[in-house]
Design a protein around this ligand. Structure first.
Ligand code: NDP
Length: 313
Protein backbone atom coordinates (compact mmCIF):
# COMPACT_ATOMS: atom_id res chain seq x y z
CA UNK A 1 0.00 0.00 0.00
CA UNK A 2 1.37 3.41 -0.96
CA UNK A 3 0.98 6.46 1.24
CA UNK A 4 -2.38 8.18 1.65
CA UNK A 5 -3.46 10.75 -0.93
CA UNK A 6 -5.01 13.74 0.85
CA UNK A 7 -8.33 15.12 -0.37
CA UNK A 8 -8.40 18.80 0.60
CA UNK A 9 -10.99 21.56 0.27
CA UNK A 10 -14.38 19.98 -0.41
CA UNK A 11 -17.22 22.39 0.31
CA UNK A 12 -19.34 19.98 2.37
CA UNK A 13 -19.17 16.53 3.99
CA UNK A 14 -21.55 15.25 1.32
CA UNK A 15 -19.27 16.47 -1.48
CA UNK A 16 -16.26 15.02 0.35
CA UNK A 17 -17.94 11.60 0.56
CA UNK A 18 -18.96 11.73 -3.09
CA UNK A 19 -15.51 12.76 -4.34
CA UNK A 20 -13.81 10.16 -2.16
CA UNK A 21 -16.08 7.44 -3.51
CA UNK A 22 -15.57 8.37 -7.17
CA UNK A 23 -11.81 8.93 -6.88
CA UNK A 24 -11.31 5.66 -4.96
CA UNK A 25 -13.29 3.75 -7.60
CA UNK A 26 -11.12 5.26 -10.37
CA UNK A 27 -7.87 4.21 -8.65
CA UNK A 28 -8.62 1.29 -6.32
CA UNK A 29 -4.90 0.70 -5.86
CA UNK A 30 -4.57 4.03 -4.00
CA UNK A 31 -5.63 4.97 -0.48
CA UNK A 32 -7.37 8.34 -0.27
CA UNK A 33 -8.58 10.16 2.82
CA UNK A 34 -10.01 13.57 3.62
CA UNK A 35 -7.32 15.82 5.10
CA UNK A 36 -9.36 16.36 8.28
CA UNK A 37 -9.42 12.65 9.14
CA UNK A 38 -5.68 12.06 8.57
CA UNK A 39 -3.46 11.51 11.61
CA UNK A 40 -0.03 13.18 12.03
CA UNK A 41 1.96 10.27 10.55
CA UNK A 42 -0.37 10.02 7.55
CA UNK A 43 -0.12 13.78 6.97
CA UNK A 44 3.68 13.66 7.11
CA UNK A 45 3.84 10.76 4.64
CA UNK A 46 1.43 12.25 2.05
CA UNK A 47 3.08 13.02 -1.30
CA UNK A 48 0.00 14.03 -3.34
CA UNK A 49 -2.96 16.27 -2.49
CA UNK A 50 -6.10 16.29 -4.64
CA UNK A 51 -7.75 19.64 -4.02
CA UNK A 52 -11.00 21.42 -4.79
CA UNK A 53 -10.82 24.86 -3.14
CA UNK A 54 -8.34 24.20 -0.34
CA UNK A 55 -7.38 26.26 2.66
CA UNK A 56 -3.64 26.84 1.96
CA UNK A 57 -2.97 26.19 5.68
CA UNK A 58 -4.24 22.62 5.26
CA UNK A 59 -1.94 22.07 2.27
CA UNK A 60 0.93 23.56 4.31
CA UNK A 61 0.19 20.96 7.01
CA UNK A 62 1.30 18.24 4.57
CA UNK A 63 5.10 18.76 4.78
CA UNK A 64 6.11 15.90 2.47
CA UNK A 65 3.86 16.98 -0.41
CA UNK A 66 5.46 16.64 -3.86
CA UNK A 67 2.59 17.96 -6.02
CA UNK A 68 -0.99 19.15 -5.98
CA UNK A 69 -3.71 17.95 -8.35
CA UNK A 70 -6.54 20.46 -8.74
CA UNK A 71 -10.08 19.29 -9.50
CA UNK A 72 -10.69 22.67 -11.12
CA UNK A 73 -9.31 24.06 -14.38
CA UNK A 74 -8.84 27.58 -12.98
CA UNK A 75 -6.10 27.60 -10.35
CA UNK A 76 -5.47 31.32 -9.80
CA UNK A 77 -6.17 30.95 -6.08
CA UNK A 78 -3.54 28.20 -5.77
CA UNK A 79 -0.70 29.89 -7.69
CA UNK A 80 1.60 31.37 -5.05
CA UNK A 81 -0.77 30.40 -2.22
CA UNK A 82 1.51 27.90 -0.52
CA UNK A 83 4.48 28.48 1.74
CA UNK A 84 6.85 26.76 -0.73
CA UNK A 85 6.94 26.15 -4.49
CA UNK A 86 4.75 23.14 -5.25
CA UNK A 87 3.86 21.89 -8.73
CA UNK A 88 0.14 22.55 -9.28
CA UNK A 89 -1.50 20.36 -11.88
CA UNK A 90 -4.78 21.86 -13.07
CA UNK A 91 -7.67 19.82 -14.41
CA UNK A 92 -7.52 19.40 -18.17
CA UNK A 93 -10.47 17.19 -18.93
CA UNK A 94 -12.22 16.31 -22.17
CA UNK A 95 -15.68 16.29 -20.61
CA UNK A 96 -15.16 19.75 -19.13
CA UNK A 97 -14.01 21.03 -22.54
CA UNK A 98 -17.10 19.50 -24.17
CA UNK A 99 -19.44 21.05 -21.59
CA UNK A 100 -17.81 24.46 -21.85
CA UNK A 101 -17.86 24.38 -25.66
CA UNK A 102 -21.57 23.48 -25.53
CA UNK A 103 -22.23 26.43 -23.19
CA UNK A 104 -20.32 28.84 -25.45
CA UNK A 105 -22.31 27.68 -28.47
CA UNK A 106 -25.65 27.80 -26.59
CA UNK A 107 -25.15 31.35 -25.31
CA UNK A 108 -23.70 32.52 -28.65
CA UNK A 109 -26.92 31.33 -30.29
CA UNK A 110 -28.89 33.11 -27.53
CA UNK A 111 -27.21 36.38 -28.52
CA UNK A 112 -27.16 35.79 -32.27
CA UNK A 113 -30.92 35.01 -32.25
CA UNK A 114 -31.69 38.21 -30.24
CA UNK A 115 -33.15 36.33 -27.27
CA UNK A 116 -32.48 39.17 -24.78
CA UNK A 117 -34.49 41.57 -26.98
CA UNK A 118 -37.36 39.09 -27.38
CA UNK A 119 -37.44 38.48 -23.62
CA UNK A 120 -37.76 42.24 -23.05
CA UNK A 121 -40.44 42.48 -25.75
CA UNK A 122 -42.43 39.63 -24.22
CA UNK A 123 -42.46 41.44 -20.87
CA UNK A 124 -43.86 44.51 -22.68
CA UNK A 125 -46.22 42.45 -24.92
CA UNK A 126 -44.48 43.77 -28.05
CA UNK A 127 -44.65 41.75 -31.31
CA UNK A 128 -41.64 42.93 -33.34
CA UNK A 129 -39.43 40.63 -35.40
CA UNK A 130 -35.77 41.55 -35.73
CA UNK A 131 -33.74 40.93 -38.88
CA UNK A 132 -32.10 37.48 -38.89
CA UNK A 133 -28.29 37.53 -38.91
CA UNK A 134 -26.62 34.36 -40.18
CA UNK A 135 -23.81 32.73 -38.16
CA UNK A 136 -21.63 33.28 -41.22
CA UNK A 137 -22.26 37.02 -40.81
CA UNK A 138 -21.50 36.92 -37.08
CA UNK A 139 -17.91 37.17 -35.86
CA UNK A 140 -17.07 35.70 -32.47
CA UNK A 141 -13.85 36.98 -30.89
CA UNK A 142 -12.45 34.39 -28.51
CA UNK A 143 -10.08 35.50 -25.75
CA UNK A 144 -8.01 32.37 -25.00
CA UNK A 145 -7.17 29.39 -27.18
CA UNK A 146 -6.30 26.83 -24.53
CA UNK A 147 -8.02 23.55 -23.65
CA UNK A 148 -11.42 25.22 -23.36
CA UNK A 149 -11.00 27.96 -25.96
CA UNK A 150 -10.03 25.59 -28.76
CA UNK A 151 -12.93 23.25 -27.93
CA UNK A 152 -15.31 26.24 -28.02
CA UNK A 153 -13.81 27.48 -31.29
CA UNK A 154 -14.33 24.06 -32.82
CA UNK A 155 -18.05 24.04 -31.97
CA UNK A 156 -18.53 27.64 -33.16
CA UNK A 157 -16.75 27.01 -36.47
CA UNK A 158 -18.78 23.81 -36.89
CA UNK A 159 -21.96 25.87 -36.42
CA UNK A 160 -20.88 28.28 -39.16
CA UNK A 161 -19.75 31.27 -37.08
CA UNK A 162 -16.71 33.30 -38.08
CA UNK A 163 -14.23 32.92 -35.25
CA UNK A 164 -11.12 34.92 -34.42
CA UNK A 165 -9.07 33.52 -31.53
CA UNK A 166 -6.57 35.43 -29.39
CA UNK A 167 -3.77 33.88 -27.35
CA UNK A 168 -0.55 35.03 -25.67
CA UNK A 169 1.73 33.14 -28.05
CA UNK A 170 1.20 32.67 -31.81
CA UNK A 171 -1.04 29.70 -32.59
CA UNK A 172 -2.17 27.86 -35.68
CA UNK A 173 -5.60 26.22 -35.34
CA UNK A 174 -7.20 24.61 -38.39
CA UNK A 175 -10.23 26.54 -39.62
CA UNK A 176 -9.58 29.46 -37.31
CA UNK A 177 -8.32 32.99 -37.76
CA UNK A 178 -5.80 33.50 -34.93
CA UNK A 179 -4.16 36.62 -33.53
CA UNK A 180 -1.87 37.33 -30.58
CA UNK A 181 -0.38 40.24 -28.68
CA UNK A 182 -1.78 43.74 -28.14
CA UNK A 183 -2.12 44.60 -31.85
CA UNK A 184 -3.84 41.30 -32.56
CA UNK A 185 -6.30 41.97 -29.75
CA UNK A 186 -7.21 45.44 -31.04
CA UNK A 187 -7.77 44.09 -34.53
CA UNK A 188 -9.90 41.25 -33.19
CA UNK A 189 -12.08 43.51 -31.03
CA UNK A 190 -12.89 45.74 -34.01
CA UNK A 191 -14.26 42.72 -35.87
CA UNK A 192 -16.19 41.07 -33.01
CA UNK A 193 -19.98 40.95 -32.77
CA UNK A 194 -19.69 38.67 -29.74
CA UNK A 195 -16.66 38.57 -27.44
CA UNK A 196 -16.14 35.35 -25.46
CA UNK A 197 -13.74 35.38 -22.53
CA UNK A 198 -11.87 32.12 -21.81
CA UNK A 199 -8.45 33.28 -20.59
CA UNK A 200 -7.20 32.40 -17.09
CA UNK A 201 -7.09 35.09 -14.40
CA UNK A 202 -3.47 36.23 -14.11
CA UNK A 203 -1.63 39.48 -13.36
CA UNK A 204 -1.77 40.18 -17.12
CA UNK A 205 -5.45 39.41 -17.69
CA UNK A 206 -6.91 41.10 -14.59
CA UNK A 207 -8.93 44.04 -15.91
CA UNK A 208 -8.27 43.02 -19.54
CA UNK A 209 -11.84 43.79 -20.65
CA UNK A 210 -11.93 47.46 -19.67
CA UNK A 211 -13.58 50.63 -21.03
CA UNK A 212 -11.09 51.05 -23.88
CA UNK A 213 -11.42 47.44 -25.04
CA UNK A 214 -15.21 47.47 -24.77
CA UNK A 215 -15.21 50.69 -26.84
CA UNK A 216 -13.07 48.94 -29.48
CA UNK A 217 -15.79 46.31 -30.09
CA UNK A 218 -18.31 46.77 -32.89
CA UNK A 219 -21.14 49.05 -31.65
CA UNK A 220 -23.94 46.94 -30.19
CA UNK A 221 -21.68 43.90 -29.65
CA UNK A 222 -22.24 41.41 -26.83
CA UNK A 223 -20.00 39.79 -24.22
CA UNK A 224 -19.86 36.29 -22.75
CA UNK A 225 -17.58 35.93 -19.71
CA UNK A 226 -17.13 32.28 -18.73
CA UNK A 227 -13.56 32.67 -17.38
CA UNK A 228 -13.19 34.68 -14.15
CA UNK A 229 -14.99 37.82 -12.92
CA UNK A 230 -12.00 40.17 -12.40
CA UNK A 231 -10.95 39.85 -16.07
CA UNK A 232 -13.84 42.23 -16.83
CA UNK A 233 -14.00 45.64 -15.12
CA UNK A 234 -17.57 45.62 -13.84
CA UNK A 235 -18.13 49.38 -13.75
CA UNK A 236 -16.77 49.73 -17.32
CA UNK A 237 -19.07 46.90 -18.39
CA UNK A 238 -22.13 48.58 -16.87
CA UNK A 239 -21.18 51.92 -18.49
CA UNK A 240 -20.81 50.22 -21.89
CA UNK A 241 -24.22 48.56 -21.47
CA UNK A 242 -25.84 51.81 -20.36
CA UNK A 243 -24.44 53.71 -23.35
CA UNK A 244 -25.60 51.03 -25.79
CA UNK A 245 -22.03 50.30 -26.96
CA UNK A 246 -22.62 46.82 -25.58
CA UNK A 247 -26.06 45.27 -26.20
CA UNK A 248 -25.88 42.44 -23.68
CA UNK A 249 -23.53 40.51 -21.36
CA UNK A 250 -23.86 36.87 -20.32
CA UNK A 251 -21.88 36.50 -17.10
CA UNK A 252 -21.14 33.18 -15.39
CA UNK A 253 -18.35 34.48 -13.15
CA UNK A 254 -18.05 37.50 -10.87
CA UNK A 255 -15.61 39.42 -8.66
CA UNK A 256 -17.41 37.95 -5.65
CA UNK A 257 -19.27 34.61 -5.81
CA UNK A 258 -22.06 34.00 -5.05
CA UNK A 259 -22.97 37.37 -6.62
CA UNK A 260 -24.08 39.53 -3.64
CA UNK A 261 -27.82 40.24 -3.49
CA UNK A 262 -27.15 44.00 -3.63
CA UNK A 263 -25.17 43.80 -6.91
CA UNK A 264 -26.62 46.00 -9.64
CA UNK A 265 -25.86 43.24 -12.14
CA UNK A 266 -28.83 41.16 -10.90
CA UNK A 267 -31.37 43.69 -12.06
CA UNK A 268 -29.60 45.15 -15.08
CA UNK A 269 -31.73 44.58 -18.21
CA UNK A 270 -28.59 44.05 -20.29
CA UNK A 271 -27.15 41.30 -18.13
CA UNK A 272 -27.82 37.57 -17.89
CA UNK A 273 -26.53 36.19 -14.57
CA UNK A 274 -25.48 32.54 -14.39
CA UNK A 275 -24.23 30.92 -11.13
CA UNK A 276 -20.82 29.66 -12.36
CA UNK A 277 -22.24 26.74 -14.32
CA UNK A 278 -20.69 26.96 -17.80
CA UNK A 279 -18.01 24.29 -17.34
CA UNK A 280 -18.64 22.23 -14.22
CA UNK A 281 -16.22 19.49 -13.18
CA UNK A 282 -17.64 16.11 -14.15
CA UNK A 283 -16.35 13.96 -11.32
CA UNK A 284 -16.45 10.63 -13.21
CA UNK A 285 -14.39 12.03 -16.04
CA UNK A 286 -12.18 14.13 -13.74
CA UNK A 287 -11.42 11.10 -11.56
CA UNK A 288 -10.25 9.15 -14.60
CA UNK A 289 -7.96 12.06 -15.57
CA UNK A 290 -6.62 12.34 -12.01
CA UNK A 291 -6.04 8.56 -11.84
CA UNK A 292 -4.06 8.70 -15.10
CA UNK A 293 -1.90 11.51 -13.69
CA UNK A 294 -1.29 9.68 -10.43
CA UNK A 295 -0.43 6.40 -12.15
CA UNK A 296 2.07 8.22 -14.39
CA UNK A 297 3.66 9.72 -11.27
CA UNK A 298 3.87 6.31 -9.58
CA UNK A 299 5.50 4.90 -12.73
CA UNK A 300 7.99 7.70 -13.42
CA UNK A 301 8.47 9.41 -10.05
CA UNK A 302 7.88 12.73 -11.84
CA UNK A 303 4.80 14.92 -11.22
CA UNK A 304 2.75 15.71 -14.35
CA UNK A 305 3.56 19.07 -15.91
CA UNK A 306 2.01 21.80 -13.84
CA UNK A 307 1.15 25.45 -13.95
CA UNK A 308 3.99 27.84 -14.84
CA UNK A 309 4.13 29.97 -11.68
CA UNK A 310 5.71 32.94 -13.52
CA UNK A 311 3.01 33.00 -16.21
CA UNK A 312 0.28 32.31 -13.67
CA UNK A 313 -1.41 29.57 -15.73
P1 NDP B 1 -5.54 27.06 -20.71
O1 NDP B 1 -4.42 27.34 -19.77
O2 NDP B 1 -5.56 25.76 -21.42
O3 NDP B 1 -5.59 28.20 -21.85
C1 NDP B 1 -5.43 29.54 -21.56
C2 NDP B 1 -5.44 30.34 -22.86
O4 NDP B 1 -5.42 31.73 -22.52
C3 NDP B 1 -4.22 30.07 -23.74
O5 NDP B 1 -4.56 30.11 -25.09
C4 NDP B 1 -3.31 31.23 -23.38
O6 NDP B 1 -2.40 31.61 -24.41
C5 NDP B 1 -4.32 32.34 -23.18
N1 NDP B 1 -3.76 33.42 -22.36
C6 NDP B 1 -3.32 33.36 -21.09
N2 NDP B 1 -2.82 34.55 -20.71
C7 NDP B 1 -2.94 35.36 -21.78
C8 NDP B 1 -2.57 36.70 -22.04
N3 NDP B 1 -1.98 37.45 -21.09
N4 NDP B 1 -2.81 37.21 -23.27
C9 NDP B 1 -3.38 36.45 -24.23
N5 NDP B 1 -3.77 35.17 -24.05
C10 NDP B 1 -3.53 34.64 -22.84
O7 NDP B 1 -6.88 27.29 -19.90
P2 NDP B 1 -8.32 26.59 -20.12
O8 NDP B 1 -8.71 26.81 -21.54
O9 NDP B 1 -8.32 25.20 -19.62
O10 NDP B 1 -9.23 27.44 -19.11
C11 NDP B 1 -9.38 28.83 -19.24
C12 NDP B 1 -10.06 29.40 -17.99
O11 NDP B 1 -11.44 29.07 -17.99
C13 NDP B 1 -9.59 28.83 -16.65
O12 NDP B 1 -8.38 29.44 -16.25
C14 NDP B 1 -10.73 29.18 -15.74
O13 NDP B 1 -10.53 30.45 -15.16
C15 NDP B 1 -11.93 29.24 -16.67
N6 NDP B 1 -12.91 28.19 -16.36
C16 NDP B 1 -14.20 28.54 -16.05
C17 NDP B 1 -15.15 27.57 -15.77
C18 NDP B 1 -16.56 27.95 -15.46
O14 NDP B 1 -17.37 27.08 -15.12
N7 NDP B 1 -16.96 29.19 -15.58
C19 NDP B 1 -14.81 26.14 -15.78
C20 NDP B 1 -13.44 25.88 -16.14
C21 NDP B 1 -12.53 26.87 -16.40
P3 NDP B 1 -1.25 30.59 -24.94
O15 NDP B 1 -2.01 29.53 -25.73
O16 NDP B 1 -0.40 31.45 -25.80
O17 NDP B 1 -0.58 30.02 -23.73
Amino acid sequence: MSETIALVGCKSPAQEAEYLHILSAAMPEEHLAPFRTMGPAERTAARIAVVANPDPAEVAALPGLVWVQSLWAGVEKLVGAFDRPLPIVRLVDREMARTMAEAVLAWTYYLQRDMPAYARQQRDRVWRPHAYRKPSDTTVGLLGLGALGTAAADRLVGAGFRVVGWSRTPKAVAGLDTVHGADGLTAMLGRSDILVCLVPLTAETRGLVNAARLAALKPGAALINFARGPIVVTEDLVAALDSGQLAHAVLDVFDVEPLPAESALWGHPGVTVLPHVSGPTDMDSAAATVATNIRAYRRTGRPPSGVDAARGY
